[in-house]
Write a new protein. Structure first.
Lengths: 162, 293, 472
């Protein structure tokens, strides 16, 4: 067993897991953070995307031990008790998710994008979401919602009521 | 996934020591970014006894100009390559190649060293480095040894690495710094796709005579490993730089390729791609040469 | 904790086993999640017009917060994990299954095989699908055993320890081969052709004789997997009243309940099926998969048991879209008016019937396309092959035939040098047209839609009838 301590969503959490445990399994099975999903377990679908030390990664490809000492942000860490994150609000308003399974992964990729690039173009948004597969929506509303959220995060008024 | 013992290396020297220690008596594998290994292990029945985690070896994460040339540490991720000001300025082809690998998440984890060591013939980081005549520095118990990258692979997924050795650095030799190079990949999708064919072309121009100088063309996914298109290179050396010559070189390069047919594409289609991508990468490198003149 | 858990041999005292169990059980932690507690209360006695208002999806809030609980997000104290051993061979007779080594593995709590299923057959129409293959394997994804263990990893390892002896048989993989009656029956003594439909109208041979030209074409489509982002997942548990609760990604829970009742031989009143937000279905979660097996494992172990499909299992052990081989023969006038059409469809019906009968019917009825055809003969067959089960997937056979009849129409237009839009306008349904099965159609807007679309796309037809994109 290895002891892994991560700073997840602002809190220090520790778990003792078998060495072959991925970060994804540790988050879901040991820390009860089931937001990140298991869609393929081989880093193709992106449903497991979380942000580690500021970078979006496939948590199914990272050993939990490799995350020891690192900062992890999951979907559960986006909203606060007072408000939704602007991206979550925009996704809700635009109906960007259908079955919702890809949602946590897409939202984390979107957050990572906007943290670095506050005014992304549509091709840049597509590139940022290239590692998140969605079988329901066709992505178009996600792209709209991300642009709206980006605008809100830059403090600009909405372009027009959609 | 089945269990194994996990040991974490503090730096490259410690990693080599761990490899030497364990590989004598056990099946050992190395994990860096995990993008190849974890996918492999999840559905494999060949689970190693020991996994050596080298992801914390900071000394393998540098990008710098040294007296040998441009040195890229094996643990540099594809994202870091894309963002390195030095690489963006000197070798945009490496940036292009890195950008075609997987997706944002896999590029944040995946390393250049890992991509080279996994050794699939369609690897996207291979052709540009082979065209630039890169050399790899391998760390072992006795110290470092260097091998030309083109000779690093013995075949698909097989390298010259011994069980107690680690790929430490990739060096683009001094004489090829700033050499105009262009890379193109053709996959069935724009993202998360393996290359059907990928090509890199690199050459300088003798502007007085307008001829190719030291042309190097590397082809991926059309042989058991990344290869140099030697016939095409010989055809170009000393020839005038014109669009027609570049197109013809593409046709010659087809003779250098030995593609197979699989469910992604037929050998014939791949040969077509070799001709077109060779021509286009030659054109791209020429544009770069003109811009940097 | 720093000591390695002692997942030990069976001779170990109960206390050690209980300690092991305690270590490996997921602790019932309260989620460390903060979320907005904004409760929206509508203003009392306020009449608001609903039509025209923006409506947000009810699940949008939970999805965005990552709080939607899919089946795999449920954990119950003491829960075990199950894995299914897949045959890996397309057609075989099972000579023996030895589970002793797997059962003896530390951490393995129970193993079952097809023999343990009280009534080992189910299906939406034909009851030809086993819960776990018992004597015969009909496709490589057939389950032959199920293991419940304290961790998913141990369950997966136990699968390797189950020894199955197969007498490998020659599989039937080509639906056209299967169609030939001489081919040995996949489900012998039953015929390979397990569904057949004919639609006949007028006299198609006479129509061909009177045609200016007769065109033929064969079109094929491939097997497609739904790839919902959420793999199949099921959890089963019993209570002391002898009732089983099954949490499942299953879409059709009332039918599922009936299937579980049948396979387990218990009354439906003893079965609770609980479904929740599903992570994508598209038809692939329309029938039970592991539910009866998990119910039995849960009964045998006395604990909740969960099973999730791996992504590869989604491809070879769950239903897929029927591949179709479609032969079209159409007789037309010089202007392109269809006088008669003859169609033969062969559906690759996979190893089990699943939703093939519905697919057969829809494909056959809609195979002609939205065109007025007076003389018609459409015959459709669905045949068994030793391949992955083909079942329901968005469209039930219609996407396949649509590809065929539209491609065929384009081929005819090109050959006759007619604009592909014009040939469709000439033949399309209108108000009151009769469908191939003589249903009088209402609210028909095919031509209006085509014309509007043509205008919006900038489809440009010039004098001699060739439009943009005729050859694209």
């Amino acid at each position: 067993m290895v002891t892994v301590t991560i700073n997840v969503n602002g809190e220090k959490r520790t778990a003792s897991v078998p060495p072959e445990t991925s970060l994804l399994r540790m988050l879901r099975d040991s820390l009860n953070l089931t937001g990140a999903k298991l869609g393929c377990d081989v880093g193709d679908c992106g449903a497991c995307t979380v942000i580690v030390d500021g970078k979006p990664v496939n948590s199914c490809l990272m050993l939990a031990a490799q995350a020891d000492g690192r900062t992890v942000l999951t979907i559960e860490g986006l909203a606060t008790a007072d408000r939704l994150h602007p991206i979550q609000k925009a996704f809700e308003n635009y109906g960007a998710l259908q079955c919702g399974f890809c949602g946590p992964g897409v939202l984390m990729s979107a957050k990572a994008l906007l943290d670095e690039n506050p005014n992304p173009s549509v091709p840049e948004i597509r590139d940022a979401l290239g590692g998140n597969l969605c079988r329901c929506t066709g992505y178009s509303k996600m792209i709209e919602a991300i642009q709206v959220a980006a605008r809100a995060m830059r403090g600009e008024p909405a372009a027009k009521t959609a | 996934m089945r269990g194994f013992e996990l040991v974490t290396a503090k730096d490259s020297r410690h990693a080599v020591a761990l490899l030497a220690q364990h590989s004598a008596s056990a099946k050992v594998r190395v994990i860096a970014g995990g993008t190849d290994l974890m996918a492999d292990l999840h559905f494999s029945s060949h689970i190693p006894d020991v996994v050596v985690d080298i992801s914390r070896a900071e000394d393998l994460k540098n990008i710098a100009i040294t007296e040998e040339g441009l040195s890229i540490g094996a643990l540099v991720t594809h994202t870091q390559i894309m963002r390195s000001p030095l690489i963006r300025d000197m070798f945009p082809a490496l940036v292009d190649a890195a950008h075609t690998i997987g997706a944002v998440q896999t590029r944040n984890l995946g390393t250049l060293g890992g991509n080279l060591v996994t050794g699939v013939p369609s690897m996207d980081s291979g052709p540009t480095l082979v065209a630039l005549e890169a050399v790899v520095s391998i760390a072992g118990p006795a110290g470092r040894r260097q091998v030309p990258l083109a000779e690093f692979w013995l075949g698909p997924r097989k390298t010259v690495l011994k069980p107690d050795e680690l790929l430490a650095e990739i060096i683009i030799p001094k004489q090829n710094l700033n050499k105009p190079t262009h890379f193109l990949k053709f996959g069935l999708r724009k993202g998360q796709a393996l290359a059907l064919v990928n090509v890199a072309s690199s050459f300088r121009v003798d502007w007085g005579k307008n001829v190719f100088v030291a042309p190097r063309i590397a082809l991926g996914a059309v042989a058991p490993k990344v290869i140099r298109a030697l016939k095409a290179e010989a055809f170009l050396e000393g020839r005038t730089v014109t669009p027609e010559i570049m197109a013809e070189a593409g046709q010659v390069a087809v003779g250098d390729a030995k593609p197979i047919s699989d469910f992604r594409a037929s050998a014939e289609y791949r040969k077509d791609l070799v001709a077109v991508l060779t021509k286009r990468t030659l054109e791209g490198a020429y544009e770069l040469a003109k811009a940097k003149r | 904790m720093d000591k390695k858990p002692d997942v030990a041999e069976k001779a170990t005292p109960l206390e050690t086993l209980q300690e092991t169990d305690r270590i490996l059980t997921v602790p019932a932690l309260a989620p460390l999640v903060t979320y907005p507690l904004e409760v929206l209360v509508p203003e009392a006695r306020q009449q608001t017009p609903a039509v025209g208002q923006r409506a947000t999806r009810q699940d949008g809030r939970l999805h965005g917060l990552g709080q939607t609980k899919y089946i795999d997000d449920w954990y119950f104290p003491g829960m075990l994990f199950a894995k299914i051993k897949r045959a890996g061979v397309a057609s075989a007779r099972i000579k023996s299954i030895d589970t002793k080594e797997a059962e003896a593995m530390p951490g393995v709590v129970a193993v079952i095989t097809g023999k343990d299923i009280p009534c080992n057959s189910f299906g939406p129409s034909l009851k030809d699908q086993p819960v776990l293959a018992d004597t015969r394997v009909f496709h490589a994804g057939d389950g032959v055993a199920a293991v419940a263990a304290v961790t998913e990893q141990i369950a997966a390892e136990a699968l390797d320890k189950i020894k199955v002896e197969y007498e490998v048989l020659t599989p039937v993989l080509d639906p056209l081969e299967s169609l030939k009656l001489e081919t040995p029956g996949v489900h012998a003594p039953n015929a390979n052709i397990y569904g057949h439909k004919v639609i006949k109208k007028g006299d198609v041979e006479k129509a061909f004789a009177e045609s200016y030209q007769v065109f033929e074409g064969t079109f094929r489509t491939q097997m497609v997997e739904h790839v919902p982002l959420e793999p199949h997942a099921t959890i089963a548990m019993w209570d002391a009243n002898g009732r089983v609760s099954i949490y499942s990604t299953l879409g059709r829970i009332t039918m599922g309940r009936a299937d579980v009742a049948r396979t387990l031989g218990i009354p439906m009143s003893r079965i609770r099926m609980i479904a929740t937000i599903v992570g994508g279905n598209f038809g692939g979660k329309n029938e039970i998969t592991t539910e009866p097996a998990l119910a039995l494992l849960s009964k045998k172990t006395g604990r909740p048991v969960k099973c999730t499909f791996t992504r590869p299992e989604e491809f070879y052990a769950s239903t897929t879209r029927h591949p179709l081989i479609m032969d079209y023969k159409t007789g037309v006038t010089k202007e392109g008016k269809i006088l008669g059409r003859k169609i033969r469809l062969v559906l690759d019906g996979g190893a089990y019937c699943s939703w093939s009968e519905t697919t057969l019917a829809k494909a056959c009825i809609l195979s002609t396309g939205p065109y007025n055809i007076e003389n018609l003969y459409a015959e459709a067959f669905v045949v068994y092959t030793n391949k992955t089960m083909t079942g329901a997937m968005r469209g039930f056979g219609v996407p396949q035939v649509c590809f065929a009849h539209e491609s065929h129409m384009d081929d005819i237009a090109t050959a006759l040098n007619i604009d592909p839009l014009d040939i469709r306008l000439l033949n399309a349904f209108e108000e009151g047209s009769l469908s191939p099965t003589s249903q009088k159609l209402q609210s028909v807007v095919v031509k209006e839609s085509l014309l509007q679309a043509a205008q919006r796309f900038g489809w440009n037809t010039n004098g001699n009838g060739k439009g943009n994109g005729a050859k694209s």
